[in-house]
Write a protein that binds this ligand. Sequence first.
Ligand code: PMT
Length: 315
Amino acid sequence: MDTVDETTSFFDTAPLLKDGSGGGPRRVVCVTSGGTTVPLEQRCVRYIDNFSSGHRGATSTEYTPTSFKYFLKSGYSVIFLYRRGTCQPYCRSLPEDPLLECFRVTDDDSCIQVQVHESHSEAVKTAISKHHAVGAISLSLVQSCVSYICLKVSFHDRLFQEILRLIATSMKMLGPSGMFYLAAAVSDFYVPWESMAVHKIQSASGPLDMRLAQVPKMLSVLRKVWAPTAFCVSFKLETDKEILLEKADAALKRYKMNAVVANELSSRKEVVILVTNSGKVSVYRDNKDSDVESPLIKLLVDKHSAHMNTTKLPF
Ligand code: PMT
């Protein structure tokens, strides 16, 4: 059963708005980014984590003054649903060790001088100021004509699915001009609340024996119920390249995705394979200083345009 929230949709007015290029209905993409965690105790001390840094989702979102084609640059409004602590758009140029970056060894090699490097924060400010409407805003502003909404959650997978449902049902009104770009690594397993230890699990009790239940895939319900005419892009990550394409093909068919982005853990920053009903395309980054997301988003934007031309609005 469709459980659409009865309150006013975030995007009730969106089909009336035009995109940055002045033509066509407004395009909105929901980007999920980062990995979910699975708590092991109700009063959680320990949890199962996921490797995802959120680099893919953050990079795909940005607006850059260069020719790189990311979502904001391509005229999309972006809802960025990401896990606290993982990358945010524009911030990947910030240092990994901000404290160490503040110090510099002096010439006499004997002391360390504090020196605040402003170049990183300046780079972020400049990138953002090039795009007039970018900024993290609260949900109450969603109905205005904004370009970037940032939703930060501590990514327990159940919470993630609930927020995605709210976003998707709100975007339903957009029909084919809505896009889902599901780059988050969502856990496939969880500990059901009723069988979860209430307090911290005691090591004195010996080896831990725990049974994890399977998380139902949200892709089916997203496609069938929440956003039936949206352009849906899911991701497939494997470490064994022998099974990667087979699994991506299966996801395309089973969940009726418009595209599946297949990537291998070790090469995910250099190459991805875009799997659609019309075949498979390997997408490489142009050079070692560029991102694979740039050619990838360009391809997806073209495919989304074709989808919008051939899919009827739901009203
Ligand atoms: O963040 P980075 O470090 O830059 O890395 C990017 C990435 C490798 C995480 C990204 O490119 C990627 O591949 N993300 C999906 C990884 C993944 O979790 O794959 P999966 O096989 O578990 O899931 C496949 C798809 O099903 C995903 O789109 C996921 O959103 C969805 N899913 C997963 C689990 C679940 N219970 N329900 C789902 O719908």
